[in-house]
Design a protein around this ligand. Structure first.
Ligand code: GLN
Length: 497
């Protein structure tokens, strides 16, 4: 079989285990596709190192070793630092940076035998939801190249959707795994804050940043996520939990729908109001009907503070970003301005030249809301709102097992369309920010496609599932059940043929 890129991670697992294909052969197949692709999904590739990792995996396979990821190719968002590939965070500031160590997540999946195909494009320092804030130019949506893939993990989503990799890591601070997964028609999960190590993830907003897994199906995501999670003493907010087997806990497809019987799914009124595209809403309603037919009950709930998520997030995230990004001073690492007059000039010009406009905007906002006299009015107030949002979820989860709604109010928009309107970009995060602020796990599951004016074809729509803390296994189980009843996750754009 030569269409390895259309195969699920599970199918590739079987082919590797039976010796039908080698890890080297698989890596070559995907590297050739990456080479031929014109979607700007990658910032750095290093075929020599990829093939060396694959050869090592083949050695382990030959010796009889079997793990979920052994020999499986995958991509890493260029927010995770890697020793063998550049680690740029999509920024000119780090355009030539090579890390002396691997992020914990990178190290964990490598130990499990995954083969890294390269580093994927993203919004600069993960700030954005369109991938247009990348110093390396936008990645393109494989369903329509003139459209954004979503962001910030845009290249990651493209790598899976376009058949350039079966699996991808992403990061999600306010929706960056769920939103591009939704816009590219793939599956993505952001786990509970603290479950995946942040060590070696270039920091944006540390109280929100979380690594996540992307793949075609919930089952594929489970394979990857399982290897990513775990306590890490090098991350001060890492949580200690017993290891959980996520993939093998998923029921076989014919029995999977039984998890939906009696499941109480909360439908928040605030997620279905003004601003939600009618066709997106229709796809979500149809998906909810599938869940209902399979025995789930749909329970109307309130998340009354949803509207406040945008202002709260866009105070807290920039505040933390302004602090985290102060380390880029042109002295220790990163871009350094030429011929500085003095130290102040070095700082000023290195940062002005190294950071793009959106990152500069957030540093300015962040420094402002943290400054003396404004801290109470903005930052402290936003923290209080964050608590109210978390309380909304806590109250809802007394009545329901999980919550469902849209991921994004619209399908992917055209590249350039909202470039001059930062607020329009911020508003599009309305449905993903609440779970991020509350630290809860969330998923995006493909539920069909919607027509959009000017689009070459109907574009993917994702349904969001949000669960209580540490409910990843249940979220994946419900998504897997849905995917055993539907085929949306199997649809691929012509680019992936
Ligand atoms: N779109 C959101 C932002 O711009 C979320 C980004 C993210 O999750 N990294 O901040």
């Amino acid at each position: 079989m030569s269409a390895w890129h259309l195969e699920s991670a599970q199918g590739l697992r079987r082919a590797l285990d039976s010796g039908e294909v080698s890890a080297v052969r698989l890596a070559e197949h995907f590297l050739a596709r990456i080479q031929a692709s014109q979607l700007n999904a990658f910032i750095d590739v290093n075929p020599e190192l990829t093939l060396a990792q694959a050869a090592q995996a083949d050695g382990r396979l030959k010796a009889g070793e079997r793990t979920g990821l052994l020999g499986l190719p995958m991509t890493h968002k260029d927010i995770f630092v890697t020793q063998g590939w550049r680690s740029t965070a999509g920024s000119k500031m780090l355009a030539n940076y090579v890390s002396p160590f691997d992020a914990t997540v990178v190290q964990k999946v490598a130990q499990a035998g995954a083969v890294c195909l390269g580093k994927t494009n993203c919004d600069e320092f993960a700030m954005g939801g369109s991938n247009e804030n990348s110093y390396f130019g936008p990645a393109r949506n494989p369903w329509d190249r003139e459209r954004i893939p979503g962001g910030s993990s845009g290249g990651a989503a493209v790598s899976v959707a376009a058949g350039l990799a079966p699996l991808a890591t992403g990061t999600d601070t306010g929706g960056s795994v769920r939103q591009p997964a939704s816009m590219c028609g793939i599956t993505g999960i952001k786990p509970t804050y603290g479950r995946a190590s942040r060590f070696g993830m270039i920091a944006f907003a540390s109280s929100l940043d979380q690594a996540g897994a992307m793949g075609r199906s919930a089952l594929d995501c489970a394979f990857l996520l399982e290897a990513m999670l775990g306590f890490d003493p090098r991350d001060s907010t890492s949580v200690q939990r017993p290891a959980e087997s996520l993939a093998s806990a998923l029921a076989p497809a014919d029995q999977a729908p039984s998890v939906l019987k009696g499941l109480r799914i909360g439908i928040p009124a605030a997620f279905f109001g003004e601003g939600l595209d009618a066709q997106v809403r229709a796809r979500i309603d149809e998906a909810l009907e599938v869940l209902k037919q399979a025995g789930a009950s749909l329970v109307p709930i309130e998340l009354p503070n949803t509207q406040l998520a945008i202002p709260a997030y866009y105070v807290i995230a920039p505040a933390e970003a302004s602090s985290n990004l102060s380390r880029f001073d042109g002295v220790r690492y990163g871009h350094r301005a030429a011929d500085p007059k003095d130290l102040k000039d070095l700082y000023e010009r290195s940062r002005s030249e190294g950071f793009g406009p959106e990152v500069q905007r957030r540093i300015l906002v962040g420094a402002y809301v943290l400054s003396h006299g404004y801290y109470d009015a903005y930052y402290l107030q936003a923290q209080k709102v964050r608590r109210l949002i978390a309380n909304d979820f806590a109250a809802a989860f007394e009545k329901v097992d999980l919550i469902a709604g849209p991921v994004s109010p619209t399908v992917a928009w055209s590249i350039g369309e909202r470039m001059d309107d930062p607020v329009a970009n911020y508003l599009a995060d309305i449905f993903t920010l609440p779970a991020s602020l509350a630290g809860l796990p969330g998923m995006s599951v493909p539920v069909g496609r919607a027509e959009a004016p000017g689009a070459k074809q109907a574009l993917p729509v994702g349904m969001q599932l949000i669960g209580p803390a540490f409910s990843e296994a249940r979220l994946l189980g419900v998504a897997h059940a849905f995917q055993s009843l539907t085929t949306w996750h199997l649809e691929t754009p012509a680019e992936a043929a």
